[in-house]
Design a protein around this ligand. Sequence first.
Ligand SMILES: *Cc1c(COP(=O)(O)O)cnc(C)c1O
Length: 456
Amino acid sequence: MADKEIPYKIYLSEDELPTDWYNVRADMKNKPAPLLNPATHQPMKFADLQPVFCDELIKQELNDTDPYIPIPKEIRDFYKMYRPSPLIRAYYLERKLGTPAHIYYKFEGNNTSGSHKLNSAIAQAYYAKKQGLKGVTTETGAGQWGTALSMACSYFDLDCQVYMVKCSYEQKPFRREVMRTYGAKITPSPSDTTEVGRKINAEFPGTTGSLGCAISEAVEAATKQEGYRYVLGSVLSQVLLHQTVIGLETMTALDKYGIKPDMIIGCAGGGSNLGGLISPFMGRKLRGESDCRFIAVEPASCPSLTRGKYVYDFCDTGHVCPLAKMYTLGSEFIPSANHAGGLRYHGMSSILSQLYDDKLIEARAVEQTSVFKAAQEFARVEGILPAPESSHAIKVAMDEALKCKETGEAKNIVFGLTGTGYFDMYAYKAFNDGTMGDYIPTDEDLKRAFDTIPKF
Ligand SMILES: *Cc1c(COP(=O)(O)O)cnc(C)c1O
């Protein structure tokens, strides 16, 4: 199909919103390893997970067999407020790069929370409400997940308690106020409101917190209050499942114009947006219907796929969560304080970890100044101010498009633009001021955190 026939934005109609999420585990020959009970090392069953998670979400977490899971009407109704999201042909970026490649990006930043996280937040809030719960607890790092969950909880009239990593709580007051506007209660973590928070504060006085530590606090808060459950914004298979709405829409849009992607690129923190974007395409690959490449992009300062180990590890600092088999840097790994680009979780989705171990996806680690440089170039030609996380994917999409310039190949490159960067202006400021550095952990640094991985 000739270029000019592909519009700048491929919009879908409301009727084209997916009716089911796609569960890639059904098509995987090697299933992701089960979550283990940290005390007995036995696989977690429904009843083991019930005190922490919502019933319906546990079923989704444990479901390795059903390829399609219907999206309830109430969730689809909410999706209609901001979905289907556009698939954009990056004509202006292509022109700037002088590449014969065709670049497309799926933009998930078009809602108040500013990222894809709302896709799972609304699903999790819905199932909590349906179960008759009073509220949910969670952690948030940079704040996107907390914001998304606050919006979702206010929609379903649920109480929302957010443990926010202390340094973000202090550095991102505007995020905090967005959450409060939607009615959420925000506590800086580690706090003195939980046992595990008090313990961490005593052990590491003056600590500014970490995601792993906020998770432990949120889990404790959920299990100690009647009518509450814990919800998580990434890593878990249920979250990746909800995010497949991104990939399903992308597939419908590309199919409409007969476009076959040669590679799909996404940033990887806990792996939910990348997993959601690639799942349906991975399904085609697993069924032998396509040979598309998939590239996970992570920060060089938190390189769980490219330098981590594929083992069972703790998901949180306080060791209250189940053990997950994943590519991990060790639950006590904390990226350098100068790392500003997000994607700072020590582990990776067990689904993506298995696919990576099976060599079905590739991974690349990129340094943060190169990421912000790509963000700046992208913003100047495509107009959107990208989130630093998303910019990891932009960086590698641009690298791949430049390779096409050398070889003269008109490859179809698709990447996920997960969100906008309006709350990351300190990071952009450091970049603009030239004070941003690149901090890559040494093997010694990594070894220290690897030593905290449980051995059994
Ligand atoms: C949270 C977040 C990510 C990373 O999370 P994943 O679970 O790996 O998708 C990426 N981009 C944005 C904008 C985010 O808010």
